[in-house]
Design a binder for this molecule. Structure first.
Ligand SMILES: Cc1ncc(COP(=O)(O)O)c(C=O)c1O
Length: 407
């Protein structure tokens, strides 16, 4: 038997010795969790407004997820895509019944789902008599993953650096600037890919006009409109898909993160002709759509859609922005550029270049976990089941940290 570490410090010390150093980690080893709260090995309690980077949509240890895991342990975990499994079918059915899509293709991570969208777009063009079309237009400041193709699709030099030569076939337009997208569309374009709300890029919602304009442009040119909802799909905005909030339907859309409540699963959802492109032998993965991950996704979606989670997300999200505005305007009016978000993805854009000191103080002084993205945007992506009292604790922690910093 592996002997367990006894303290938080022991986990961290061994982690630094044995884990590859590709992540900067908070010095905290999480041992357990309940709802929006997590506990370290020494028994300290933290309010979790990172939520596994938007993964723990139902919070930690949701009873329906526990029940689902118990049932899976006694039935079947994996069986390959040579066979059908009911959880995969039920999950796809739920997604189709609550969206504009006709088919669902499963994957294991957000990057992999986006890789699937990119392949789908290239084949779609070939299937429709345009073998010359292979370029996907994405947005500056976007984030689509870290495989070679999705890192290249990502419109950030920091994600490309060190990995040249990058795969060909990506051009970058300005987010929320339709003219800049139009200027890049040419005879080689097969698709436009965007997040409806840029997450890693600093919680930046698209405008409705931008997404509508992209839809019209794609229809006019006969190319695909693809959304990346890895972060903002699966209920994060208070709708199953963020694009439902905007009323703009893409041809394909990726989802991942909160879909499996912590077990890796992702999906490419497609409609119309785009739902017919990836034929046998063109795409797939050993683990994708397995019974364990899909049973968790099915349960997650069922709880989200039928147990008031989306309404809570919408209501508490509005409360968050109201409280944040009140406190910032009263106590730190010169420190903040903008407070923005949808549902329970919210950001506070600071005037200072780096938001990390606020994150560190929230952790050290208030046992509140938040993160900083795109340099100076405090990001709040808690479980969708949080309540207003928990929002108050977080806003108070940010207020206290900014006061201490003299901001
Ligand atoms: C919008 C978006 N797309 C893709 C990804 C990549 O997902 P994964 O880390 O599961 O590969 C992320 C991850 O943060 C994301 O936010």
């Amino acid at each position: 038997m592996v002997e367990k570490f006894k303290t938080n410090a022991e986990v961290i010390e061994n982690g630094d010795k044995y884990l590859y150093g590709n992540h900067i980690r908070i010095p905290l080893s999480l041992e357990s969790g309940k709802d929006a709260w997590v506990f370290d090995k020494d028994g300290n309690k933290y309010l979790d407004f990172i939520g596994g980077i938007a993964v723990n949509g139902l919070g930690h240890c949701h009873p329906r997820i526990q029940e689902c895991l118990r049932e899976r342990a006694e039935t079947i975990l994996h069986c390959s895509n040579y066979f059908y499994n009911e959880p995969a079918v039920q999950t796809a059915k739920l997604i189709v019944e609550h969206s504009c899509f006709d088919k669902v293709l499963f994957a294991n991570s957000g990057a992999e789902a986006n890789e699937g969208q990119i392949k789908l777009a290239r084949k779609y063009a070939k299937d429709h008599g345009h073998p010359e079309r292979f370029v996907v237009i994405t947005m500056k400041n976007s984030f689509h993953g870290r495989t070679l193709a999705t890192a290249t699709a990502t419109g950030q030099y920091g994600v490309h650096r060190y990995f040249e030569p990058l795969p060909d076939g990506f051009r970058y337009a300005e987010f929320n600037n339709l003219e800049s997208v139009k200027a890049l569309v040419d005879e080689y374009t097969c698709a436009i890919l965007t997040e409806p709300v840029q997450g890693e890029g600093g919680v930046r919602p698209a405008t409705k006009e931008f997404l509508q304009g992209l839809r019209e442009l794609c229809d006019e040119k006969g190319i695909l409109l693809m959304f990346d909802e890895v972060q903002v799909g699966s209920g994060r905005t208070g709708k199953l898909f963020a694009h439902q909030y905007y009323g703009v339907e893409p041809d394909t859309c990726s989802m991942a993160k909160a879909l499996g409540s912590g077990v890796p699963i992702a999906a490419v959802c497609a409609r119309g002709d785009a739902a017919k492109v990836l034929t046998p032998g063109t795409h797939g993965s050993t683990f994708a759509g397995g019974p364990l991950a899909c049973a968790l996704a099915m349960t997650t979606l069922d709880v989200m859609l039928n147990e008031g989670v989306l309404d809570n997300c919408m209501k508490v999200g509005e409360y968050f922005r109201k409280r944040a505005h009140e406190v910032i305007e009263k106590n730190h009016p010169d420190a903040v550029d903008e407070i923005r978000g949808l549902g329970l993805i919210n950001g506070i854009q600071l005037k200072k270049e780096n938001g990390q000191p606020v994150v560190d103080l929230c952790f050290k002084d208030s046992n509140v976990l938040i993160n900083n993205t795109n340099g100076n945007v405090l990001r709040f992506i808690p479980p969708l089941i949080v309540n207003e009292e928990e929002v108050d604790i977080v806003i108070d922690a940010v207020d206290k940290a900014m006061t201490k910093l003299g901001w």
